[in-house]
Design a protein around this ligand. Sequence first.
Ligand code: ZN
Length: 352
Amino acid sequence: MILLRKILTCFTLLIVLTIASVASAKSVELTAVNAFDLDKETLRIEISYDGGKLYADDVTTELKNGILRVELDNTLPGRVSRLSGTQIQSGAKNFVEKILANKTQKNHTSIQIHFKSLLEGNVKFSLEPASRADKKDARLVLDVKKVAAQVEEQTLGGIDNFNKIIVLDPGHGGSDAGAIGPTGVTEKSVALAVSLKAQKLLTASGYSVIMTRTTDIDVAAPGVSDATELQARVDKAPPNADLFISVHCNAFSNSNANGVETYHAPTAVKGERLARLLNEELLRLGGLNNRGVKAARFYVMTHSKCPASLIELGFITNPREEKLLASNDYQQKLAQAITNAVNRYFNQGGIN
Ligand SMILES: [Zn+2]
């Protein structure tokens, strides 16, 4: 009897385990997003999926400021994320600007549909089964009324920057002061002050900002090789980081040398664009010599997995620029220039 009970217990456990493993293996995977005009008043968005079943409880929607956010639990972004950042498929091009998909947490997908006008209001959704006759996957069907909100102007901050991760790397630090100006201002302190200010501005604009350091420290450890120190900085970037910006000041034996320089890794197309935007925005501060946008094999750029740029804010060895670089106001302007460049990077054709 005891033996039988044991066997039964084992058997029950086995069934439970089997059910659990089947349930977890059945992850819903998104396959496509389509937007089209249902009729004059309504836009229809269909998010197709396979590999499992989606339930109403898994779905949250919000339509605000012309962006429809669809939060999907128990899903994998699948094919949709590989198309993210592009116009996925749209038969409603007059209304839909772009569709983005991101995996934000384990088994959670966030989809954003950006409309060209500031649509707002309630969104109706339904879950439709796969249809062999129509050759359609199972779908989450969302209907949006084409009613624009009475909003004066769309603000950029915090809306378009959803899920963007910016890594800021204040150059040098700790045992390494970097270059030192004629009155003793250190490159490491300027780089940190400007980066911390940029961190605040970027965070206020909705970005996630990761700093390689926030205090006066060696990121790896004092006395290690340059490669070890710089790799420690690169390693601060998560795999899904969007941009890496290393902040430095220039130095030269001739104290007349002056101006702004930005760098990208050779043949890095996105890095080059980032470096160019940073260069343009820094030059907007005025009175600065443009030393150009240059390709170089700096460690942090060639080893970053995301588009990267190293910027030289000015010459700390030039007395005029040393004074500027040490001033709180000017540091704030430099931080704003970095923020503007990042905004432009992600909002091509946007406000800036
Ligand atoms: Zn430096």
